[in-house]
Design a protein around this ligand. Sequence first.
Ligand code: ATP
Ligand code: ZN
Length: 223
Amino acid sequence: MKPRDRLRIAMQKSGRLTEPALELLNRCGLTFRQSRDKLFCFGEGEPVDLLLVRDDDIPGLISQGVCDLGIVGRNVLSEYRLTGGLDGPALAEWRPLGFGRCRLSVAVPQELDYRDASQLQGQRIATSYPGLLGEWLRERGVDASVVTLAGSVEIAPRLGTADAICDLVQSGGTLVANQLREADVLLESEAVLAGPQVLPTDERGDMIDLLLKRLDGVIQVRE
Ligand code: ATP
Ligand code: ZN
């Protein structure tokens, strides 16, 4: 791949992280011209461009070198580290960004009196996060069967395809609507700036340093 002389940041094309991510970059002094296909946004002042993609694709795009940095949930980055990115370069969480906060939690039927993870022994747990859930269960010596679903995880217990779920929770409203309740928290998540563990040493590395400094200023002001 030809070395790029512009920095490329991947972010979610449309979803919960899109607006706050753009706003944060704007506050760092970066503005973008929206292109018609909206996959690629050209940076106006500084040599920094945006790639607008599905959030799940962001860690892979960073490890393939298609982009230099990404704004993505810690949940997605951590899952990728455990399942998708075993052969590629190590990815790091360069900064927590303070938005998109949620928890990755185990939820059980409301009537179950949950005390600890041992009650999940032998149960079927539906999730889109098999890596994180598998690691959490292993650490607790619990042998459960992990049912991997791409979406609509919360309806699995009602359908009878799982006994419990492991999913993202913010207010808990979705859980209540499905007669579930949050039982245990696996991961506290928020949007993070993700990038390679080893940053490039060329001009892009200098641009990343500058961006990190500006981010620190903006995040400090907000706190
Ligand atoms: P995409 O089309 O990009 O794959 P998506 O449906 O996976 O979109 P969103 O629902 O927009 O993604 O969530 C993006 C991120 O927002 C999540 O990965 C998570 O980090 C964060 N988030 C915060 N609160 C919640 C919540 N209640 N449910 C789901 N995600 C949440
Ligand atoms: Zn997604």
